[in-house]
Design a protein around this ligand. Structure first.
Ligand code: ATP
Ligand code: MG
Length: 494
């Protein structure tokens, strides 16, 4: 279904473009023919005028049509003969100096104008017939005609004009028809050849362009039908580079958003699952003790009551911590947390964290020893997350190291990274438990989980944080001797 649409869409686009192109070609052809006919008419007129420019002059050289302001009859007859001999199609007019037609030789035709405009005649004489000028046609008022003209002078004074209208009607009609036919057939056939060639080339070009467009449309449809991997290839996107890039970018954004929504959805699901499952135990404990307190209100001793209240308090504290840690871990696991990496001095961070634990350690009778180099290169990582890692590791070390023990925080500079180690002389981890300590809710000594503020999420969080830093955590432990955790952070590349 979608496939058909794609093909139809592409093909109909091809036909639409082709038809438009054909119409355009025909229009261009029509304009071309019209222009070439009118240009050829003009050409014919100009050529004819130029060829016959001297006719009027040569007539005056033969005869004197006006002598002392009087028209000479004989002269007129002479002109007629003369003219007939030269060219039977021309018409000769004798004008006085105002343009009034004194006499004419125009066989078989009726002359309608009484005066002829002098301006074009003057222009013609001034230019010696070099420029193209059209003047009045005495037989057809309002129409312009090519002509030849010459001034009749007597003692340097203009007496009148000989005005010769060239190419009389009939002759002109025949000649012009022949000429037009010639131009039309020549122009027509070359026009047809050009049109066909342009059409073929145009159709091929349109085919290629729409082929690429069809490729693009195809990808868009595939994407629309759910193929989120569909991208326009560099090849089919060549002619429509911007469009293709924009589509690919848009597709990437959409896919990214879908991924985001998915991971948000996962987070939500995990949280709901974890909260309902993991909070049940502490809630049940709290519930149980509160119930006991209410039922046995009067039978309980003050010590018992205080003990129950203390349990409730620590359970609520545990709940609080658990909710916070669950949320943190769920976020990490659903990839909602992106490390905001920045260069910083790891030794400064280590010293800060150690400082915070000194009092707690002293209270417990545990010594914190730091072997931290002072001039370690800048590392590139998310400070807050790395601080969280260190807190969890030192928390554990403190929790699992009895009085008199030592916790050592050490840096170890390597080629491209610095290694950070948190070691203790505590209870150690039984060998069979080592593979599981990074699992969520793994608590080595179950007795701890009730009394102490323990959720079993600490190391799972550590592992996740290091994972999004592309780092791994190493662990070595010996039962009753101690445990050591270490991880590496790469130096900042300037
Ligand atoms: N330094 C250590 N020495 C001995 N055992 C350890 C040490 N660190 C972790 N463990 C073991 O690994 C288990 C998991 O540690 P993790 O930090 O994930 O949870 P937790 O410390 O029990 O609880 P939480 O950190 O959430 O309060 C611990 O319960 C303990 O058994
Ligand atoms: Mg812990």
């Amino acid at each position: 279904m979608a496939k058909n649409n794609t093909v139809n869409g592409g093909i109909s686009l091809f036909w639409k473009l082709s038809t438009t192109f054909l119409v355009l070609l025909l229009m261009v052809g029509a304009v071309h023919i019209t222009l070439s006919i009118s240009a050829s008419d003009q050409y014919y007129l100009k050529r004819n005028q130029k060829l016959n420019a001297n006719i009027a002059q040569s007539i005056i050289q033969e005869v004197k049509p006006i002598i002392n302001g009087e028209v000479t009859k004989n002269a007129l007859d002479d002109i007629m003969h003369h003219m007939m001999a030269v060219n039977p199609s021309i018409e000769v007019y004798l004008l006085d100096k105002t343009g009034y037609i004194l006499s004419h030789v125009a066989p078989y035709k009726k002359v309608k104008l009484k005066t002829v405009s002098l301006a074009p005649i003057q222009e013609f004489i001034d230019n010696n017939g070099e420029e193209f000028v059209q003047g009045d046609d005495p037989r057809k008022p309002g129409e312009l005609q090519i002509f030849s003209a010459a001034a009749i002078t007597d003692n340097d004074e203009v007496q009148g004009y000989v005005y010769v209208v060239l190419a009389g009607e009939d002759y002109y009609a025949v000649a012009s028809n022949l000429w037009d036919e010639y131009i039309t057939s020549l122009g027509g056939s070359s026009m047809v050849i050009t049109l066909v060639a342009a059409l073929v080339i145009g159709l091929i070009a349109i085919w290629f362009i729409t082929r690429n467009l069809r490729g693009i449309i195809d990808v868009v449809r595939r994407f629309q039908d759910g193929d989120l991997e569909a991208r326009i290839s560099a090849k089919s996107g060549k002619e429509f580079n911007t469009l293709s890039l924009a589509f690919n970018d848009m597709a990437d954004t959409i896919v990214g958003n879908i991924e985001n929504l998915k991971s948000m959805e996962n987070l939500r699901r995990e949280l709901v699952g974890n909260v309902s499952h993991d909070l049940r135990t502490p809630l049940a404990v709290i519930h149980g003790y509160i119930e006991t307190l209410m039922i046995k209100k009067d039978q309980l001793s003050i010590e018992e009551r205080d003990k129950y209240l203390a349990i409730i308090l620590s359970s609520t504290e545990k709940l609080k911590k658990m909710v916070a840690e669950l949320f943190e871990l769920s976020k990490l696991e659903s990839k909602q947390v992106h490390p905001k990496k920045e260069p910083f001095f790891i030794n400064e961070l280590l010293q800060d964290v150690v400082q915070k634990y000194l009092i707690l350690a002293r209270k417990k009778g545990v010594l914190i020893q730091s072997v931290i180099s002072n001039n370690i290169e800048l590392v590139n990582a998310d400070i807050a997350l790395i601080e969280r890692v260190l807190q969890n590791l030192i928390d554990n070390a403190l929790k699992f190291t009895p009085e008199g023990g030592t916790i050592t925080i050490k840096t170890n500079e390597m080629d491209s990274a610095v290694e950070i180690q948190v070691a203790d002389t505590g209870v150690g981890i039984p060998e069979e438990q080592i593979p599981f300590v990074f699992d969520r809710y793994h608590i080595g000594d179950k007795r701890l989980s009730l009394d102490k503020n323990t959720t079993g999420l600490g190391l799972a969080i550590v592992k996740k944080i290091l994972e999004i830093h592309d780092a791994t955590i190493n662990l070595s432990s010996k039962l009753n001797q101690g445990t050591s955790f270490s991880f590496q952070l790469p130096y900042h590349q300037a």
